[in-house]
Design a protein around this ligand. Structure first.
Ligand code: IMP
Length: 431
């Protein structure tokens, strides 16, 4: 058993929840290490469909312990609601869910700043955030003025909340936003603190002790590499490190204890929100992918922008994350495509780019260089073994492997647990 990081390798929504759910059988612990309730992981078990925003997907596996690490920003009301929801469906959380005392708290003013700042932005400045207060909460963390989950355990928590609300009302007033009433926020947050207290812990020590006992840990990434605040398409990114490095800083587990990084990629590409997307299809094919893939945001319900597979993005993602193998999802969405295109490089002002350029102005001007492959034109969504995939689907996978320099170890052709299978020559689960 190996400590594993599993990350989205495109712009998020690659189907991480389902892959994590399958590989948690190998791990005793599942850790969320960045992001917040901007994420939405969908897991289908039998007839039941679960959408998780903050809770690690391991909460749906008996015997699995779950941590929300220090790198996450937590909206306590959203967390409480999600705990109540999984409990009502029969999944216990007491004694198996641990929330870092170092994780930062999302306050009502963070959500309002997020919304009203976006509202005032010009079309070019808009990021298309989820309006969950993620960016403003991380901004307070970096400015060293945030509240942390551990503060909820302190006797003066109510007073701290009151001071923060009053301070932020000055900003909200300038933005033309409604002003939260300090007494109401204090009442809401002290009640939430009371319900969440049993979960709040020093998860850094807890996880390192588990690691020393030889219990393996799965780090569940949220969003995707191209939304990483450092390596993504800044400023059209989220406010955390969604790449593999974030797993260490967001949990307290040192880098040398990580043994494996699995990258999740979709057989095509999607993005929600604003920002460059070289292979985007604003035509019937894009619409067909959106319909076949049900590409609507799990958190906001927004239609996702859809396009062909971008091997430049995947190659870059493999490089910065050190991907050991891919988990390739939603292959079945391509079943009806007579011809499938893959972007092998970009072209900008007569120059060819094999890697994602750092300058957003260059990326915005990049045109995709495509290669065409024949579609397989048959249904793959009932397949449960790699060897049963049609030859052309396997040829497509082989080409993606060549273009990215990384092998495919897991393939998924449908939302149910048994529609996700392994390529045994690449990956053998140890349980
Ligand atoms: P924020 O994370 O709400 O600040 O949004 C910043 C950008 O990240 C926006 O383009 C969002 O649409 C995008 N984003 C945030 N979370 C997710 C996710 O889980 N999947 C896909 N896109 C996301």
């Amino acid at each position: 058993m190996a400590n594993t990081i599993l990350i989205g390798s495109q712009w998020g929504d690659e189907g991480k929840g389902k892959i994590i759910d399958v590989i948690t059988t190998e791990h005793k612990w599942v850790v969320r290490y960045q992001g917040g309730n901007n994420a939405g992981h969908t897991v289908e078990i039998g007839e039941e469909r679960h959408v998780l925003h903050l809770l690690p997907s391991g909460i749906l596996r008996e015997g699995c312990s779950c941590v929300i690490g220090n790198g996450v920003v937590i909206d306590p009301a959203a967390l409480k609601q999600e705990i109540d929801e999984v409990e009502s469906r029969g999944y216990a959380t007491a004694g198996r869910l641990f929330v870092s005392d170092r994780a930062h708290v999302i306050m009502p003013y963070h959500r309002l700043i997020d919304e009203y700042r976006e509202g005032r932005a010009t079309a070019k400045e808009k990021i298309g955030t989820t309006k969950r207060g993620i960016g403003p909460s991380y901004a307070d963390k970096a400015a060293r003025v945030g509240l942390r989950m551990g503060d909820m355990l302190l006797p003066d928590f109510a007073e701290r909340v009151r001071r923060k609300v009053e301070e932020n009302n000055v900003i909200l007033e300038a933005l033309g936003a409604p002003l939260p009433v300090a007494d109401e926020v204090v009442a809401e947050y002290t009640a939430l603190a009371k319900s969440l207290t049993p979960y709040i812990q020093d998860t850094v020590t807890l996880l390192n002790q588990a690691d020393r006992r030889g219990e393996s840990i799965l780090f569940e990434g949220a969003q995707g590499a191209m939304l990483d605040i450092d390596f993504g398409t800044y400023p059209y990114v989220t406010s955390s490190n969604a790449t593999a490095g974030g797993a260490c800083t967001g949990s307290g587990i040192p880098p040398h204890r990580i043994e494996r990084v699995i990258g999740v990629i979709k057989g095509y590409t999607t993005r929600v929100g604003e920002g460059p997307f070289p292979t985007e299809l604003n035509d019937d094919t894009g619409e067909a992918l959106r319909r076949a893939g049900n590409e609507f945001g799990a958190t906001t319900g927004r239609p996702r922008r859809c396009g062909w597979f971008d091997a430049v993005v995947a190659r870059y993602s493999a490089m910065i994350n050190g991907i050991d193998f891919w988990a390739l999802t939603k292959m079945d969405v391509l079943d009806q495509q007579p011809v499938i295109r893959v972007c092998v490089a970009y072209e900008y002002e007569g120059q060819r780019y094999e890697q994602v350029p750092g300058l957003i102005s260059v990326l915005e001007g990049c045109r995709p260089v495509y290669e065409e492959l024949p579609g397989w034109n048959c249904r793959t969504s009932d397949i449960t073994r790699f060897d049963d995939l049609p030859d052309r689907a396997r040829a497509y996978i082989a080409r993606l492997e060549e273009l990215t320099g990384v092998s495919v170890g897991i393939v998924s052709v449908g939302p149910q647990r048994d529609r996700t299978f392994v390529v045994e020559s690449v990956y053998q689960p140890s349980v």
